[in-house]
Design a protein around this ligand. Structure first.
Ligand code: SF4
Length: 252
C-alpha cells in the first residue's frame, strides 16, 4: 500500500467516529470531476509517506482516534490492502473503505474476513453512461457485482454519487433508483468545480439545491435513506484538495 496523503483528524468522514484519512496512490478511473489530479495521474510526483511512519502515527493516536478511513485514488488497487487493514484492526481501529467498486473480489474478501466496518462506494452514473464520467473503459460487471455484494447488508455501507451538471439528468436518476432498488443508504453529492480532471468543468456551476432535492425525492421511491451532501461546497468524493494533500504531507 502506497500512502500519499494523511489527514490527521476528521470528524465527518466516518461518523460518529473520530478518524484519520489516508489517501493511497493511483486510480483506475479518470472521473471528470476528480479533484485529485496528481494522486490519480502522477502519484510519483507526490512524496510517499512510509508505511511504518503511518503506523507510528496510529500507535501514538490510539487515545484520540477511533478509526481509519482509507481513501484514494482507489485503495483496492493495492494488493496488500487486506494485510494493512488487518494490522490497523489488530491495533484496535475501526476501518472504513472508500472504493469505486472495481474490485469486488477484494471487497468480498475483506467482508468475509470481517476486516471492514463500513464501505462507501461511488456510483458514477447509469451503467450506460458510466464511461462518460470515468473516461476509461469500465468493467460494469464488476461494478454491478460490488453493488450486489454491498446490498447483501453484511457490512454497513453507503452509495454516493456526485451529480455532474451537463451529464446527469433526471432520467438517469430514475434509472439509478431502479438499479439500486432496496439499497440502504445513498448520498446525493453536490458537484464542486474547484479543481476538476476535465478542465472544462471548472467553468460549470453546480446544480441548484432544488434540483438535488428533486433527485433525492426521485431516489426515495427506491432507496430507504437518501441524503444530500456537500451543498456548502466542501470538497467531496474520494478526495482531498491538492493543497491539503501537500499541507498534510508536511505535517506528518
Ligand atoms: S474521483 Fe475517485 S474514482 Fe474517480 S478518478 Fe478520482 S480518485 Fe479515482
Amino acid at each position: 500500500m502506497i500512502i500519499k496523503g494523511l489527514q490527521k483528524l476528521s470528524l465527518i468522514d466516518f461518523e460518529p467516529y473520530t478518524c484519520c484519512v489516508i489517501f493511497t496512490a493511483g486510480c483506475n478511473f479518470r472521473c471528470v470531476f476528480c479533484h485529485n489530479k496528481d494522486l490519480v495521474l502522477n502519484p510519483d510526483k507526490i512524496d510517499t509517506i512510509p508505511n511504518e511512519e503511518f503506523y507510528e502515527f496510529l500507535e501514538h493516536r490510539k487515545k484520540w482516534l477511533d478509526a481509519v478511513c482509507i481513501s484514494g485514488g482507489e485503495p483496492t488497487l493495492h494488493k496488500d490492502l487486506p494485510e494493512h487493514i488487518a494490522r490497523m484492526k489488530s491495533m484496535g481501529y475501526k476501518v472504513k473503505l472508500d472504493s469505486n467498486g472495481t474490485n469486488p473480489d477484494m471487497v468480498e474478501q475483506l467482508i468475509n474476513d470481517k476486516l471492514i466496518d463500513y464501505i462507501a462506494m461511488d456510483i458514477k452514473e447509469t451503467p450506460e453512461k458510466y464511461e462518460e464520467i470515468v473516461q476509461v473503459p469500465a468493467d460494469l460487471d464488476k461494478i454491478k457485482r460490488s453493488v450486489k455484494l454491498l446490498m447483501q447488508n453484511r457490512v454497513p455501507y453507503e452509495f454516493r454519487m456526485t451529480m455532474v451538471p451537463t451529464i446527469v439528468t433526471h432520467e438517469d436518476i430514475e434509472k439509478i433508483g431502479k438499479w439500486l432498488t432496496g439499497a440502504h443508504k445513498f448520498f446525493v453529492q453536490q458537484f464542486s468545480n474547484k479543481i476538476c480532471l476535465k478542465k472544462a468543468l471548472e467553468k460549470v456551476g453546480p446544480f441548484p439545491l432544488e434540483t438535488l432535492k428533486e433527485f433525492q425525492q426521485m431516489l426515495e421511491k427506491y432507496i430507504q435513506n437518501v441524503e444530500i451532501r456537500g451543498t456548502d461546497n466542501e470538497l467531496l468524493n474520494c478526495t482531498m484538495s491538492d493543497e491539503k494533500l501537500l499541507e498534510n504531507e508536511k505535517n506528518v
